[in-house]
Write a new protein. Structure first.
Length: 314
């Protein structure tokens, strides 16, 4: 057992203000267990919650569009005319930014602007989960497929200088830095927030650094030629987990599902039919006032105020 003055503790022992008095180290002192959170965790609701929140420090969006041919090869079991296909619903589940490719995407530090990075997207492989919809809004078929945007080569048949150029670049405010792939070059990367659950390769968890999300829609479907124009919106964000104290409206207890059939009473049944267990232990008051923010500081205006969104070209 570790305690303040125990010789078994190697190195220095640090006592926290919220730890209370140690009854082992100070056996002569009468300690009220209710005053020690390590013995009796307090119940209740704090006025302010200490939350480590994923804070968006900067964000911008990019629209791309390209045509997909040979839809019959993606939806092999569907006859588009016979099955009366009227639309395709799309969800972007993954983007491979191909950082290892010579002409792939990259994230660069700006020499004269250390709090920003330049994100260049090129040769990105976008994976969609698609649903074919008929005239009555019924799902005919579901498939996943991958196509490339920002081809990296002007000779690519799907290159379009306005809708699908070889690459796009944008500067992103990232004062706490970016995430890295721990290879021999320690490569800066973009984390895609999607819908893939595959162990270490999954992307459905939020991470710090430069994060991308994407939405897609079919802007034009030609059943006769079995082709579709797919519009893609990519959001680039710089996100960092920061602790804040925020107000709240009380502990949230989820609604309880009620069993349909009731059997003879027993202890397990009483529990199943009883109230849900609640996380009622109160978090400790942890925060100190930040020393880097002093009274008398004038309010700082955003050095990069948002302008009006660009208007559609005529």
């Amino acid at each position: 057992m570790a305690c303040c003055n125990n010789n078994q503790v190697r190195g220095r022992f640090f006592q926290r203000p919220t730890a209370g008095e140690c009854p082992v180290c100070r056996p002569d002192e009468i300690i009220n267990p209710a005053d020690d959170a390590c013995v009796c965790p307090p119940l209740g609701e704090p006025k302010l919650l200490t939350v480590a929140a994923p804070v968006v420090f900067d964000e911008c969006g990019i629209n791309l569009c390209r045509v997909v041919d040979n839809l019959d090869k993606i939806f092999c079991d569907v006859d588009f005319e016979r099955d009366d296909v009227q639309g395709i619903e799309l969800k972007v589940i993954d983007i491979d930014f191909n950082f290892c490719n010579e002409d792939g995407s990259n994230v660069e530090t700006l020499i004269r602007r250390p709090n920003c990075v330049r994100v260049t997207l090129s040769e990105i492989d976008v994976t969609f989960a698609a649903k074919l919809i008929d005239r009555d809004c019924r799902v005919i078929d579901e498939e996943c497929f991958t196509i490339r945007y920002l081809p990296g080569d002007e000779d690519d048949p799907y290159f379009d200088n306005d809708a699908n150029p070889v690459s796009v670049s944008v500067d992103v405010y990232a004062p706490y830095g970016v995430s890295y792939k721990l290879d021999k070059d320690c490569t800066p990367i973009i984390s895609f927030l999607g819908f893939v659950e595959d162990g270490c390769e999954g992307n459905n968890a939020l991470r710090q650094g430069i994060v991308a999300q994407a939405l897609a829609k079919v802007v034009n479907l030609d059943v006769d030629s079995l082709s579709a124009a797919i519009g893609l919106t990519i959001y680039l964000k710089s996100i960092y987990f920061v602790q804040y104290r925020i107000p709240h409206k009380g502990l949230c207890v989820p609604p309880k599902c009620i069993p349909v059939d009731i059997e003879a009473e027993n202890a397990c049944l009483d529990f199943v039919e009883g109230d849900l267990l609640e996380q009622s232990i109160q978090p400790l008051e942890l925060c100190c006032k930040p020393k880097s923010i002093k009274h008398g500081f004038k309010d700082v205006e955003d050095p990069t105020p948002a302008e009006e969104c660009g208007k559609k070209r005529v």
